[in-house]
Design a protein around this ligand. Sequence first.
Ligand code: CO
Length: 135
Amino acid sequence: MLLTRIDHVAIAVHDLEAAIDYHRRAFGAEVHHREVVDSDGVEEALLGVGGSFIQLTTPTRSDSPIAVFLERRGEGIHHIGYRVDNCAAALASVVAAGGRAIDEEPRPGSRGTTVAFVHPRGSFGTLIELVEDSA
Ligand code: CO
């Protein structure tokens, strides 16, 4: 089994502050980490849930994939992050099983992680992010 836990569930939102405030009031959820990821054109806030996270994510520019998603689909679940011990090995296994890599090679993600995305087409309509946390 290559997956060690659900790392995060990512939710695309228009207003990050409003989404953080809602999760605080509704669930008592606190922001564990917040980061602008320039390469992806997003700002994200991670809310701790046990050893996993809810990742609220909003675009920082109009050509961001999250901006395109919000325009087409509206707010909602964008992807699932699966924690793995070795991102490159997990990606190779996915491709060998017929999955479609979006990232041909693992690349830096937020929090100092190493990540690779797998296309929803071939993964039952679900955008998957493989997350290796070397910390
Ligand atoms: Co993610």
